[in-house]
Design a protein around this ligand. Structure first.
Ligand SMILES: [Zn+2]
Length: 353
């Protein structure tokens, strides 16, 4: 088997001579005499080896002053192309698989070398195939917990090999143990408190791991129902004095967008949702991004609708600033807690910056 790692000068040069498409996205080569850089598989005339320089990314090549070849369009690869299709196919295989699949097998199924596959997957999806698989297993596991006759059944039908490994993986992703989650948070205590802020009534709810929801409503009486619906069997506890202090911190944070909130969060979501929310957290007060911008930043320009859905699934109002994502035409766009609140938040941020 030919080494597909392309980590030596010789391997790179061979890939260029062979127009090896397996090296696409792994590195780029530039030709000193023409000032142009290409994908290894470019069909343009082979350069002299002495005139070639290698770069890991298009950005690196452009920073060094080279222009993209018009023939092989090296910058186009991350937007559309066969490579991305292969990675999308790998995602589907992972999602549909009953058990975890070895990296080598996955790579073989989409006709890529394991090294190349791993690298491209991380670049396009944002996490490794293993992390992606683990997230999906845990999502299936959560769904199974609700429908299976017992926790053990749920564990095995989700592809986990032993109950121990399911508990281990869950530790980072679920605020409560599987048995509790299956029963709609039975035995889990969620503390909540309600306060008033400039956007109306706000409820702050937390497990013992951190804040799990911040939500708005016009009517304070119906706010607890909103949280109880998510965890139908949890024990609900009204805020004590210590919790009141936490609520005050959250309200202060909502009122002054420039401040920082130093409290633990218990954020739950799918791998994709978490990626979207990470991007949102980087948007500074007073700044906005469009749904398209976010999709592009994730390297998934066609995922605009999925980004909008992830924004609408946010449970931590203002802390995960989904209000800073607006429609492309500059219109405010939708907001889980009503467009009026979104407008007010954006207005406040504009004024205080
Ligand atoms: Zn080219």
């Amino acid at each position: 088997m030919i080494s597909a790692q392309f980590n030596t000068d010789d391997a790179k040069w061979n890939a260029v001579c062979e127009n090896n498409s397996d090296a696409d996205g792994v590195f780029y080569y530039a030709v000193i005499t023409t000032g142009i850089y290409c994908r290894p598989a470019c069909r343009s005339k082979s350069p002299k080896r002495d005139n070639v320089k290698y770069f890991n990314t298009c950005d690196d090549a452009e920073t060094a002053g080279y222009r993209a070849c018009k023939r092989c369009k090296p910058t186009a690869i991350t937007k559309t192309g066969a490579t991305e299709q292969k990675i999308i196919r790998a995602c589907r295989i992972i999602e549909e698989s009953e058990s975890s699949i070895k990296l080598d097998d996955l790579a073989a199924q989409v006709s890529l070398s394991p090294y190349h596959f791993h690298r491209l997957f991380k670049k396009i999806v944002g996490i490794t195939p293993k992390q992606y698989s683990s997230k999906h297993q845990s999502r299936r596991f959560q769904a199974n917990l609700m429908t299976s006759p017992s926790v053990t059944d749920a564990i095995y039908s989700s592809g986990y090999t032993s109950s121990g490994s399911a508990y281990d993986k869950k530790r980072d992703q679920l605020a409560m143990k599987p048995k509790a989650y299956r029963k709609g948070a039975d035995g889990v205590t969620i503390t909540y408190g309600i306060a008033h802020c400039f956007l109306g009534w706000v409820i702050v709810a937390a497990t013992d791991r951190g804040i799990c929801a911040i939500e708005f409503r016009d009517n304070s009486e119906t706010l607890p129902e909103q949280i109880q619906a998510r965890f139908p069997n949890a024990q609900f506890k009204k805020a004590d004095t210590a919790f009141e202090a936490l609520i005050k911190e959250v309200v202060d944070f909502i009122d002054s967008p420039q401040s920082t909130l130093q409290v633990p969060l218990d954020i739950q979501g799918t791998a994709f949702q978490q990626q979207v929310w990470e991007v949102l957290k980087q948007i500074k007060p007073g700044e906005t991004m469009s749904y398209t911008d976010v999709a592009e930043q994730l390297g998934k320009p066609s995922a605009v609708r999925a980004v909008a859905t992830a924004c609408a699934s946010n449970k931590l109002a203002v802390v995960v600033p989904c209000h800073r994502v607006i429609s492309k035409a500059g219109k405010t766009g939708g907001y889980r807690w009503g467009p009026e609140r979104k407008k007010k938040l954006l207005q406040l941020e504009k004024e205080t910056i």
